[in-house]
Design a protein around this ligand. Structure first.
Ligand SMILES: C[S@@+](CC[C@H](N)C(=O)[O-])C[C@H]1O[C@@H](n2cnc3c(N)ncnc32)[C@H](O)[C@@H]1O
Length: 207
């Protein structure tokens, strides 16, 4: 298995959102964090030969990280058509060999059947924007329905919510770790060139 660092380096060519939409919380997952999540999933045997489903794929960062390992196939689901154009261009840049399918759809009402076994990787909207509260709940709900295991990035302080949600939906948090999430300024209200967000990553096994 290649190293986490080499995966992050390969993901360095992934371009960000061309016209990021604040209402959809279009922040790209940093390549180091995507590499960390997918490398961990690979070490757990959650990538090889499986379907990997990236919910809210945006630029395709997590989907393409998985595609650079040995999944049977990858699906990237995203509401925004422009983001999917970026993801498609990023797929050409990354040149991963696994088949990747980009699907324009609401990840909280998944309209497709994906072949088992399924691993979900996702960095859902944190629900920080007005009218978008609990956005990550709908994403976790989809993971609970379709996946045997999921890896999800949430904002700091989500542990109680994620553990309770998993327990109520036949899941169990098996791993949790804190992660730095650096985002470059991309919206008008961003005053600094970049800022760090405290994030948390959860691995959940679903019954
Ligand atoms: C925090 S961003 C993560 C993006 C991605 N991991 C990346 O690195 O580019 C959340 C993404 O979820 C998408 N999104 C928000 N609500 C969605 C929904 N209901 N269904 C599908 N995608 C959604 C946004 O457009 C955005 O691309």
């Amino acid at each position: 298995m290649a190293s986490k660092r080499s995966l992050a380096t390969k993901l360095g060519v992934v371009a960000g959102f061309e016209n990021p939409r604040l209402a959809l919380e279009q922040y790209p997952t940093p390549p180091e964090l995507a590499a960390h999540v997918v490398h961990l999933a690979d070490l757990h045997g959650d990538v090889d030969g499986r379907t990997v489903l990236d919910l809210g794929t945006g630029t395709g960062m997590l989907a393409l990280a998985a595609a650079l390992r040995g999944p049977a196939r990858v699906f990237g689901v995203e509401l925004d058509r422009d983001a999917l154009s970026t993801a498609t261009a990023n797929q050409r840049r990354v040149a991963a060999s696994a088949p990747v399918h980009w699907v324009q759809a609401d990840a909280t009402r998944l309209p497709l059947h994906v072949p088992d076994p399924v691993t979900v990787v996702m960095n859902p909207p944190f629900g920080a924007q007005d009218g978008n509260r609990n956005a990550d709940r709908g994403f976790l709900s989809t993971a609970s329905r379709v996946a045997t295991v999921s890896y999800s990035v949430h904002n700091a302080g989500s542990r109680e919510f994620v553990e309770a949600f998993a327990a109520d939906n036949g899941g169990e948090v098996t791993h949790a770790f804190a992660a730095d999430f650096e985002i470059d300024a991309q919206f008008d209200h961003h005053e600094d060139a970049s800022r760090d967000i405290d994030a948390e990553v959860y691995r959940i096994e679903w019954a």
